[in-house]
Design a protein around this ligand. Structure first.
Ligand code: S3P
Length: 175
């Protein structure tokens, strides 16, 4: 278990929490959406618009593969990445996978005024959010640790994630 990966739906705070946890653990922070943007030279919005979702998902799988030989990373993933069984299985080979969770209502309040998420730019974004969340819930629950972020400060969630990671590391070394 060399790394820590954060999965979960859009708006659960993966990147904000991930930054803080990385500082706390002395790890390097990476964000899969940023890696894809650097790799393709395009924003996620552009990539969806010009290449389509399937091309974006293929980029995600490449990034997941490239992370398998890295260590001391806190990896914040795009919301759909950890909802793919193969991606999740790959992350679990080298990382403690923590899923950040929030209710649909809280998630909606967090994302409703943001415009950088192509999947929520259609005519009925709340219905789409609920549909995606319902569809993904079972696989998100396969994470090693589930953490509710509703009504909680980012700093508090980050501290708890860091503690979970340290505890998991101690358990492994005690074996
Ligand atoms: C997506 C979530 C986004 C980004 C892309 C697709 C998803 O990341 O990867 O827009 O499928 O849920 P965030 O979870 O960081 O918003």
């Amino acid at each position: 278990m060399d790394n820590l990966a954060l999965i979960g739906f859009m708006g659960t705070g993966k990147s904000s929490v991930g930054h803080l946890v990385a500082v706390h653990l002395g790890f390097t922070f990476v964000d899969t959406d940023q890696l894809i943007e650097a790799q393709t030279g395009r924003s996620i919005t552009d990539l969806f618009a010009h290449e389509g979702e399937a091309a974006f998902r293929a980029q995600e799988r490449q990034v997941v593969q490239a992370l398998t030989d890295r260590v001391k990373l806190v990896i914040a993933t795009g919301g759909g990445l950890g909802a793919d069984a193969l991606n999740l299985a790959s992350l679990k080979t080298h990382a403690l996978v923590v899923c950040l969770w929030a209710s649909p209502e809280v998630t909606w309040q967090r994302v409703r005024h943001q415009t950088h998420r192509p999947l929520l730019q259609g005519p009925a974004p709340l219905a789409r959010l609920e549909e995606l969340l319902a569809h993904r819930a079972a696989i998100y629950r396969e994470a090693d640790v589930l953490m509710n972020t509703s009504q909680r400060q980012i700093r508090e969630v980050a501290l708890q994630v860091a503690h979970e990671f340290q505890r998991a590391q101690r358990e492994l070394t005690a074996r």
